[in-house]
Design a protein around this ligand. Structure first.
Ligand SMILES: [Zn+2]
Length: 333
């Protein structure tokens, strides 16, 4: 198993302390069938298959994939488990990550379980709950002003000799998220959904699910959902002019320039999907709808629901299977 550059194909060992190729290209994961049988996932916090909850709304039936049930309260645990499991095996003992909260908590928790020291760079405007959770796992939290993208730049600048356990740059992370696609497929009776509405910040959920369905051999249509206040993917997908990035209420969608934008666009196009932006007011309305159905989700789930509702404003064919991931718990917001 090794990383390779998606641009020039140069190979790197997984233990590399480079976070991207010297040519500037990002890494992808290469693994043979033998590697897959020999995966190192000894680090566990007792993960289970998360529920796929069918709910009827506005004459549409949506299946909510309840990732808030993961050990640290978000889907990022799938990636952190895969990444930290492998890092422990190759003897990495210090990791750094930047995060709007969920990935930081996930990597901090699995690093704690594995006895790996962890430093997390967060934008200084994340919720107190998110920062508190990361600190509680014993990680050093470094608050960085001027937004999510800057937290990422500072983390890389201060990496030193530590390993960059990034949910964006490190392809082992997306590899772990593939398992969500397999679960959805089995929970729908070994069929692929017609649509999946995915909130997109850095795109780790979308890219992980996409890779998972590529392996299954059939793709659902992926619809990327963003806030109108920060919609780089929607703008690039539809060839629209860039608008100024503002601070949406959905914290983890505050990513003005996702490093893996080309991969995100490719996933949307290859799946004959789409990209939609929703107003923050629609996100709040969708959050209320979810809450009144007993679901206390983070606002990205509400964004995805708002996107699905506007997409199917004229109704949805009866036989459609439409999945909406609930990326994380509302308790963190
Ligand atoms: Zn390269």
């Amino acid at each position: 198993m090794h990383f390779y550059c998606e641009r020039c194909k140069k190979e790197y060992p997984v233990a590399t302390h480079a976070y991207a190729c010297e040519c500037g290209g990002l890494f992808r994961l290469y693994q043979s069938a033998m590697d897959i049988a020999d995966r190192h996932e000894d680090v566990t916090l007792g993960e289970t298959q998360t529920p796929l909850l069918p709910i009827e709304m506005d004459r549409c039936r949506f299946y909510f994939k309840m990732e808030d049930r993961q050990p640290t309260g978000s889907f990022k645990d799938r990636g952190a488990k895969r990444l930290i499991g492998e890092l422990v095996h190759i003897g990495i003992d210090r990791v750094v990550i930047d995060s709007a909260g969920n990935a930081g908590a996930a990597v901090a928790a699995y690093a704690a379980a594995a006895g790996i020291a962890c430093r997390v760079y967060v934008p200084d405007d994340i919720s107190a709950e998110r920062a508190k959770q990361i600190t509680a796992y014993g990680a050093d939290v470094i608050r960085v002003p001027n937004g999510r993208m800057n937290a990422s730049s500072v983390a890389r600048a201060e990496l030193g000799s530590d390993y960059y356990a990034s949910h964006v740059y490190n392809p082992l992370f997306a590899d772990g998220i593939k398992s969500m696609a397999q679960e959805i497929y089995h929970q729908l009776g070994d069929t692929v959904p017609d649509y999946i509405f995915v909130p997109v910040g850095n795109g780790s959920l979308l890219l992980g699910l996409y890779l998972g369905f590529v392996e299954i051999g059939r793709l659902p249509r992926f619809v990327g959902v963003q806030s109108t206040k920060c919609a780089p993917v929607v703008e690039a997908f539809h060839g629209l002019q860039e608008t100024p990035r503002k601070s949406t209420i959905a914290e983890t969608l505050r990513v003005g320039a996702p490093p893996r934008l080309p991969g995100i666009l490719k996933a949307l196009r290859n799946s004959s999907g789409d990209a939609v932006a929703v107003e923050d007011s629609e996100i709040l309305k969708a959050a209320k709808t979810l809450n009144h159905r007993g679901i206390y989700a983070e606002l990205t789930a509400a964004a995805a629901l708002a996107g699905a509702r506007s997409f199917f404003a004229d109704g949805m064919p009866d036989n459609y299977r439409v999945v909406i991931p609930v990326p994380g718990s509302g308790l963190k917001r």
